[in-house]
Every structure is written in C-alpha cells, then in structure tokens.
Design a binder for this molecule. Structure first.
Ligand SMILES: Nc1ncnc2c1ncn2[C@@H]1O[C@H](COP(=O)(O)OP(=O)(O)O)[C@@H](O)[C@H]1O
Ligand SMILES: [Mg+2]
Length: 236
C-alpha cells in the first residue's frame, strides 16, 4: 500500500532522514522504533505531506504522491495522529472530531455516524463530548487525536508516539484500541520509543537510528534481537 524509496528530508543544513526505504502492505501493522531525534516524526510528516522530501519517492497504491498536497493525501486515505496529540484545546471534543471529518463536511449523517463510532471506541470521549479539549487528561487527548484521525475513514493510519507521557494503564487502553483497529483490517504505521508494546503489536518493524534504517524484521524478531533488547527494551 505504501512504499518509501530512498526518502531524504532536510531542515536547512540538517538532514533528519537520510535515505529511508520501507514498505507497508495492506492490512499490516508496521512499527518504526527509534530514540528521540532519530527522525521518526519527520518521516511520518513526509508521508502525510507536512514535509517535502529533498530526494526519494513516496508511493501510495502505486501512485507517486511525493509532492501531492497533504489535504489530497487525506482524500486518498491517509490520516495521522501527530506527536503531542495536536488537539485544539479551546474547542470541544465533538468540535475536534468534526474537524477530522472536514474532507466530507457536507455529509452530516455520515459525520454523525462516524462520531458515534468513535464514542463507542472510546466511551470517555462521549462523556466529555461538550468539554473543552484542553481540560482532558493526556490519555483522553490521545484518544481524541486517534479518533479525529479516524474521522476521515483512512485506509492507512499513521500514529506518532501515541504512548508518549501516558500512565501504563492508559497505554494499555491505547494499544488495545490499536489491536482492534488492526482486527478491523486497518493498515497502521506506528512510530514509538516504547519499543516493547509497539513491537508486540507489529507484524513487521524497522529500527531508525539518526535518519537511517539499521534493522528490520518481524515484530517478534526485533523483540528477540540482542541489539534491540540492549538499546530499546532495557527499562520497559
Ligand atoms: N522543524 C525542525 N527544524 C529543524 N530541525 C528539526 C525540526 N524538526 C526536527 N528537527 C531535527 O530533525 C531531527 C529528527 O527529529 P524528529 O523527526 O522529530 O525525530 P524523532 O521524532 O525521532 O524524535 C532532530 O535532529 C531534530 O532536532
Ligand atoms: Mg517524534
């Protein structure tokens, strides 16, 4: 479904992604693990169109989307839950969800059905639907960020560090939701520093170090890999 070919992304003189090639097949959960600063967020931003690569190709369903604007990629089935959630703090939960559906804003019945679907997925969002999103806990904001991304009915969901800063019980809820999405057949590209949980849910995984893929394999292979254990699984 998604193919990156030798993708490079720079910020001025800093090359954050130094030639990454990877693939995500339909129905797969693929995880990229890497330390802070490895280039994970930059890579996801290039996939959704928030950063333009300086070299390489991004191919979605066989079509080169490297320079396609972000809003068109949403229409093609891409959606991202960004690092740090990115919810609009002074808008209510329901308003944030409606913003996620902007690509089909004329179809109110479909939007209402999608909101109800997300409230069933995360019942706490239903309870807090009229609250300002800034008053939510970190875990609730993460649920909202995922649900907002799902409002556009993506075929490929990108998740940037959904466990960041959350308590273990909430992380468990988030990963349970990821498992359910996978059972529903959604294709997921997940980026995480919390390697154990992320590799546990992954069909395949890549290790990203200072902008380069240094290891790849099945989720289980990387969980068992001594280098991964030493560098990413130590304290979790
Ligand atoms: N907007 C930016 N401007 C300049 N440098 C950036 C910017 N965003 C990220 N970087 C740099 O790019 C590198 C990769 O960052 P990032 O993609 O955020 O890594 P990760 O998500 O793995 O922590 C880091 O060296 C970071 O400092
Ligand atoms: Mg990041």
């Amino acid at each position: 479904m998604l193919k990156l070919e030798n993708v490079k992304v720079s910020y001025g003189a800093i090359e954050a992604v130094k030639g990454v090639s990877l693939e995500v097949g339909a129905g797969e959960v693929v995880t990229i693990i890497g330390a802070n600063g490895a280039g994970k967020s930059t890579l996801l931003k290039s996939v959704v169109g928030w950063e333009l690569p300086s070299a390489g190709r991004i191919v979605l369903d066989g079509r080169d989307v490297t320079t396609v604007p972000a809003h068109q990629r949403v229409a093609m089935g891409l959606a991202m839950s960004p690092e740090g959630r990115g919810v609009f703090a002074d808008q209510t939960v329901r308003e944030n969800l409606m913003l996620g559906a902007y690509s089909r804003r004329r179809d109110t019945a479909a939007i209402d059905a999608a909101i109800d679907r997300e409230f069933r997925r995360f019942p706490r969002l239903r309870e807090r639907q009229d609250q300002q999103s800034g008053t939510l806990s970190g875990g609730e904001q993460q649920m909202l960020a995922i649900s907002r991304a799902l409002m556009s009915d993506p075929r490929l969901l990108l998740l940037d560090e959904p466990s960041l800063g959350l308590a273990p019980l909430i992380i468990r809820d988030i990963f349970n939701a990821i498992r359910e999405l996978r059972q529903d057949g959604l294709t997921i590209l997940l980026v995480e520093q919390m390697a154990k949980q992320a590799l546990g849910v992954a069909d395949r995984a890549y290790v990203l170090e200072t902008g380069r893929i240094t290891l790849q394999g099945s989720g289980q292979e990387l969980l068992d890999d001594p280098k991964v254990k030493a560098a990413y699984l130590g304290s979790h």
